[in-house]
Design a protein around this ligand. Structure first.
Ligand code: GRF
Length: 200
């Protein structure tokens, strides 16, 4: 059984999609052993508790400096015994010590077709604002391995979504989540759990 730790910062709809896929038997041989958030108010933590899964908040605000937070986050992840770390709407730049400790075993969902609309400053609604500003007709989501850069790791899966006339950033974000993120993230985790995609 692959142990999965999920890092979140917000509503946790991607986490919810993973729970749903496990409950529906679409993800076999994988279990979420812990959910960690940098944000104490993240509804994603409530989702974890509702599924009887450990929900931990490790917030930078609780530490005197960034280094102490980074160490606490690393220790928090190591304590889970996770084989796979999933960043699902996690708005913290993962420190190098965690990339090293979990090399090749961290994946992220990004709400655009990388290499478009990604990197520094492109997260959450800002991604969709950029898409609408540029006027592209197709966007989507990407699952990728996490390396030392921002959204620069090896691409694993992508799914395209149409941009429609009159879309607002919020409307587009919802469509990208429904038609792409909530599909390719669980699918990718299922393939990692059944060995179709190699870790490490
Ligand atoms: C989603 O657009 C996700 O791609 C981005 O943050 C938004 C909320 O994610 N990273 P979630 O609902 O917390 O999973």
């Amino acid at each position: 059984m692959l142990k999965i730790a999920v890092c979140v910062s917000g509503g946790g709809t991607n986490l919810g999609a993973i729970f749903d896929a496990i409950d529906a038997g679409k993800i076999k041989n994988g279990e979420i052993v812990s959910v960690i958030s940098n944000n104490p108010g993240a509804y994603a933590l409530e989702r974890a508790k509702a599924h009887g899964v450990e929900a931990k908040c490790i917030s930078p605000k609780d530490f005197g400096n960034r280094e102490d937070f980074n160490v606490a986050l690393l220790d928090g992840l190591k304590e889970t015994g996770a084989d796979l770390v999933v960043l699902a709407g996690f708005l913290v730049n993962v420190p190098a010590e965690i990339i090293r400790e979990f090399k090749g075993r961290i994946i992220n969902i990004h709400p655009s077709l990388i290499p478009s609309f990604c990197g520094k400053g492109y997260y959450g609604l800002k991604v969709h604002e950029g898409v609408l500003e540029r006027g592209v007709k197709v966007t989507g989501a990407t699952v990728h391995f996490v390396d030392e850069g921002i959204d620069t790791g090896k691409i694993i899966a992508q799914k395209a979504v149409d941009v429609l006339e009159g879309d607002t950033p919020k409307v587009l974000q919802q469509r990208v989540m429904e038609q792409a993120e909530w599909i390719i993230l669980p699918e990718t985790i299922a393939k990692i759990c059944n060995g179709e995609i190699e870790l490490g």
